[in-house]
Design a binder for this molecule. Structure first.
Ligand SMILES: [Zn+2]
Length: 149
């Protein structure tokens, strides 16, 4: 599985004894047509999270937040299960995982507006009935934030 960083922002990080809130916006891009394996995905996510924590000189990860697109192919329940398994024995053991689902949004070039398709396979604009191939959101697999100390 290929995983690469597309975006990287740290909006807020302060040095103190209280937990840090790190906004990461890590996007994990998985090639389409590949069968998603949540354990392997979670292992890669955790690897990135630990790297962030170490950058902040943190020794614990308390909370992770991920954004998962509706058509990303990731099963949230499987991801939760994988999280419990892969965090064992790491600095993220006992941490909580929040999964935020991102719904699919397409863009209609004719109407120049975004729409939420009724069908998750055929993206038809509700106004002009033209089919759209431009997906604005819904494919996300992102580590969006971390809480460390
Ligand atoms: Zn349209």
């Amino acid at each position: 599985m290929i995983c690469y960083v597309l975006r990287f922002f740290i909006f807020y990080a302060r040095r103190s004894r209280s937990p840090l809130f790190v906004q990461t916006k890590e996007q994990l891009a998985i090639p389409e047509q590949k069968i998603m394996h949540e354990v392997s995905l979670m292992e890669q996510t955790l690897e990135i999270a630990i790297a962030y924590a170490q950058e902040q000189n943190a020794t614990r990860i308390h909370h992770l937040k991920m954004q998962i697109g509706e058509i990303s192919g990731v099963v949230p329940d499987a991801l939760n299960f994988a999280f419990d398994v892969v965090t064992r024995g790491t600095i993220a053991e006992g941490a909580t995982l929040k999964i935020e689902m991102v719904s699919i949004l397409c863009h209609c070039p004719d109407c120049d507006r975004n729409f939420h398709p009724v069908d998750t396979y055929i993206y038809e604009c509700p106004d002009c009935q033209h089919l759209s191939a431009k997906i604005v959101s819904g494919r996300e697999i992102e580590l969006s934030s971390l809480e460390v100390s």
